[in-house]
Design a binder for this molecule. Sequence first.
Ligand SMILES: Cc1cc2nc3c(=O)[nH]c(=O)nc-3n(C[C@H](O)[C@H](O)[C@H](O)COP(=O)(O)O)c2cc1C
Length: 223
Amino acid sequence: MDNKEMRQIIIDAFNFRHATKQFNPDKKVSDADFQTILEAGRLSPSSIGSEPWRFVVVQNEEMREKLREVAPGAIGKLETASHFVILLARRNVKADSEYFRHMLTDIQKVPDEKLEDMVKGFTSFQNDNLNLYESERSLWDWASKQTYIALGNMMTAAALLGVDSCPMEGFKMKELTKFLEDEGVMNSEYFLPSVMVAFGYRKEDPKRGKTRQSQDEVVEWVM
Ligand SMILES: Cc1cc2nc3c(=O)[nH]c(=O)nc-3n(C[C@H](O)[C@H](O)[C@H](O)COP(=O)(O)O)c2cc1C
């Protein structure tokens, strides 16, 4: 395939993707397609390779029914989506935390003799450059930002496979946190809910086409 064809595939996928409000409840995303969507999330980039996420796939009908209360923005999607994912963002992602040391040592295979220098450098980056240690919230917001990269990649991968999606942050933070904790799928000492996304196949085509500002309005070239 040449770049001309590839460009068209990419643009078609972005036009195909829309925030799907109602899915066809009888049409399920295949395991192979859904695995690829999860891989797009898992392989996403994150600042300093922190991967501060967890993807909770909620397929339990009873749980989805209860989620309507604490995630009103997901009503319509919870009942009809083939797959429903809650992206959690990690809390203590300080460079000197146990978690981040595990990332450096066990995942990124940083040699022992380089570990402390890296921890020091990343601590300075997070604290001095980005001011993330100002509050627990700033640090969590930074982790949450990373989850949106995974979210975007998962939705684009889905669109390329002809799978519809809907991103959602229409939830009540305190209530959803308690719910996930009570259901035993999240420990709020380590994670908080960041954003949700539903996948499936549209029940009907969107009522109106894409509405976006023009490139002139959103792009500035500095030459
Ligand atoms: C971060 C984020 C949160 C959103 N939250 C919701 C939501 O809770 N419920 C919903 O129905 N749509 C939600 N949307 C969908 C947006 O309203 C939609 O993407 C936007 O209007 C543009 O339309 P389009 O995606 O169909 O092009 C959300 C979108 C994003 C990116």
